[in-house]
Design a protein around this ligand. Structure first.
Ligand code: ADP
Ligand code: ADP
Ligand code: MG
Length: 658
């Protein structure tokens, strides 16, 4: 077996690969950019090599630097993780020439599958069902419109070199087509340096279901069942699970067999994923093959017990697959939530910054579920604008789908992040939705369920009890600590604007009892002291955790997707609160504010300029995502507050109108 492996990646996936190497007794080398000098992966690796400045193009994407680092450290193999050089056939070839093993498939397989058009042709030849459409390249808009009419709207416009949700657009009409064709071509040349575009039928309300495959260098290929990844925003996955609630055994077998057939057709010899879109009627069509470890591979590991990174390393070393298709079984259910540094309350825009607080849920077996948290950062680390906004992949396993969902909801409660925007409340909202629980998913799920965007959810009856119980309990803890235990037993508790009559007492076990509008609950096992951000307790028989912050006149408490100011007041004071005027939001109609922290790319207007509605006034970039800000109405620019290259925070003023 290899003695030493170099990991040409960063963050969570570098940490993930190190864990398996340690288990196998293999030494690790991690390369790092300026931005990652103090990272967890760098701390964990046996050796590290600095390879350049923060931008990936000057560090993680430089093949020369990686090869040099391999030679310098005497590593025998490179694990590329995902993203960066993981699907780069020229990198795989280069390593081969240098006598270094690539822990991934052979370069010919990467070539064949790396391009969406080529891979679709391969798939069709291997007997895999493909999305109906046009297999050829399309040069002009006229041609595109003609072909789209033949296929029948809606159609999907795709960049052949596309990936990561970029270079994809739906067209419903000739007008959409004309506009979208040019847009995808432009995006493709920018993002991939390759403007080849093709068209396929848009499958309405589809589900994204993919098959994990594994091959060795001796012609053996197996599949490890499916993952469903239908919960997406901007064509990118947010929540994944295995198995899929849609599939029956026959469909699973059929998809698995097609995926294996395709992998065999390209002599696939590592871990890979064959992606399909599936109709609600269980029809399915090949989308693309990802010739690398997939972000969401942990859910497959949780239901099969197979370590996919270990399998990749073994097959790169030349071992025969030690797993047999007949022996593989699905055990239970697993769900993954991608915790992103993004603000769900602002259209999921990136939200970078320092992770001031980061409490992670306990890993391993819990009460009725198992938690796994793949994370690449620690409290105090910076989530920079240079890379992917993923902070962690939180997974929960249960015997059944319902148990896995319940476990995920609890694990999310036990996750606390502060210092930047994050999507934990959003993920919690999805876990609590009946539709998600019923398993009726499509890739439009987020758009369907949150048509106005995400704005939190109103508390359920149980949550109201949890909010009040935690506020009352904290109040008691504080009063006791101040040496001033409150004699008072009757309060009015305001949850947001709603008032509840509350009576506080203690039962014979010294547990706190709270009567809320005549209904009594018992709060036991209270785990909180001033300064802690998480409040834990058991309400009646149910354990729960809420995130808490003291406010001037109460507590700000978040329970899952609900956030409320909770105030504990004497009844006579509470009635005064009802009369207080509401705070007016500041008038920002004359201001153009940065919607996210990032870098100013351009502010193409100057002081005194007349601007028409819809005209671009600023472009902000973070994590490779550009946000184009347009004038909301006609007006004259009074002043310009930032210039290209400036770093800006969310809500910083960019342009002011008269
Ligand atoms: P997954 O199904 O594993 O999430 P994605 O297609 O979303 O697959 O991509 C996973 C990672 O790889 C992301 O970090 C994404 O940015 C990156 N990625 C995928 N394809 C490309 C590409 N062609 N160019 C650059 N990055 C890519
Ligand atoms: P990427 O390389 O960016 O991952 P994919 O081809 O895998 O691109 O597509 C990304 C997502 O776009 C899919 O998961 C699916 O939600 C959606 N999608 C792609 N092709 C189609 C199609 N023909 N019909 C409907 N949805 C599609
Ligand atoms: Mg894909």
């Amino acid at each position: 077996m290899f003695d030493k492996i170099l990991i040409a990646n960063r963050g969570e996936i570098a940490v993930r690969v190190i864990k398996t190497c340690r288990k196998m007794g293999i030494k690790t080398v991690v390369v790092y950019s300026d931005a990652d000098a103090g990272s967890l992966a760098v701390e964990m690796a046996d050796e590290t090599v600095h390879i350049g400045p923060a931008p990936a193009a000057q560090s993680y994407l430089l093949q020369d630097k990686i090869v040099e680092a391999v030679k310098q450290t005497g590593a025998q193999a490179v694990h590329p993780g995902f993203g960066f050089l993981s699907e780069n056939a020229s990198f795989a070839r280069r390593l081969k020439e240098e006598g270094i093993a690539f822990i991934g498939p052979n370069p010919e397989a990467i070539d064949a599958m790396g391009d969406k058009i080529t891979s679709k042709k391969f798939a069709a030849d291997a007997g895999v069902s493909t999305v109906p459409g046009h297999m050829g390249l399309i040069e002009t808009t006229e041609e595109a419109v003609k072909i789209a009419r033949e296929i029948g709207y809606p159609v999907m416009i795709k960049a052949s070199a596309g990936g990561g949700g970029k270079g994809i657009r739906v067209a419903h009409s000739d007008e959409d087509m004309a506009e979208g064709f040019a847009a995808v071509k432009a995006e493709a040349i920018n993002a991939f340096g390759d403007d080849r575009v093709f068209l396929e039928k848009f499958i309405v309300d589809p589900r994204h279901i993919e098959i994990q495959v594994l091959g060795d260098k001796h012609g053996n290929v197996i599949h490890l069942f499916e993952r469903e990844c239908s919960i997406q925003r901007r064509n990118q996955k947010v929540i994944e699970e295995a198995p899929s609630p849609l599939l029956d055994e026959a469909t699973r077998q059929a998809m698995g067999a097609q995926a294996v057939a395709l992998a065999k057709a390209v002599n696939y010899d590592s871990a890979g994923t064959v992606e399909f879109v599936a109709g609600q009627d269980k029809s399915f069509y090949f989308l693309e093959m990802n010739t690398r470890l997939q972000v969401e591979h942990p859910v497959t590991e949780l239901i099969t017990g197979v370590d996919l990174v270990e399998q990749m390393i073994r097959s790169a070393w030349g071992e025969h697959l030690n797993l047999k298709q007949e022996e593989l079984k699905i055990n239970g259910w697993a769900i993954e939530s991608r915790i992103y540094a993004e603000d769900p309350y602002r259209g999921f825009l990136p939200s970078i910054g320092r992770l001031v607080r980061y409490e992670q849920p306990q890993e391993g077996e819990q009460d009725g579920y198992v938690v796994r948290n793949d994370s690449g950062v620690r409290e105090g680390d910076e989530i920079s604008m240079f890379y992917d906004p993923m902070i962690a992949k939180l997974c929960a396993w249960g015997e059944t789908r319902a148990a896995a969902i319940k476990g995920m909801a609890r694990a999310l409660e036990d996750t606390h992040l502060s210092g930047l925007g994050h999507n934990v409340p959003f993920l919690a909202a999805v876990m609590d939705q009946e539709r998600f629980q019923s398993g009726v998913l499509t890739t439009n799920y987020i758009k369907d369920e949150f048509p106005e965007g995400f704005n939190g959810v109103a508390p359920t009856e149980l949550q109201v009890k949890q909010l009040i119980a935690s506020a009352v309990a904290m109040n008691e803890v504080i009063a006791e600590q101040d040496g001033d235990p409150s004699e008072r037993a009757e309060w009015t508790v305001l949850v947001g604007k709603t008032a509840y009559e509350v009576e506080v007492g203690y039962d014979e076990d010294e547990d706190l009892t709270v009567i809320i509008n005549d209904e009594e609950v018992t709060v036991s096992e209270i785990d909180w002291r001033p300064g802690l951000s998480l409040f834990r307790a058991v309400l009646d028989d149910e354990a729960f955790t809420v995130e808490v912050k003291r406010a001037a006149d109460g507590f700000d408490i978040r329970s899952r997707a609900t956030k409320e100011r909770v105030r504990i007041l004497r009844p006579e004071i509470a009635s005064l609160y009802a009369m207080l005027p509401e705070k007016q939001a500041a008038d920002t109609s004359k201001l153009v504010l940065s919607p996210m922290p990032g870098l100013v790319v351009d502010i193409p207007v100057v002081e005194g300029q007349e601007v028409k509605q819809g005209e671009t006034v600023a472009i902000i970039e973070a994590m490779k995502m550009q946000n184009i800000l347009k004038a909301e109405r006609d007006g004259k620019v009074k002043s310009v507050k930032a210039k290209a290259g400036d770093p800006v925070a969310a809500d910083d003023v960019l342009v002011e109108f008269e």
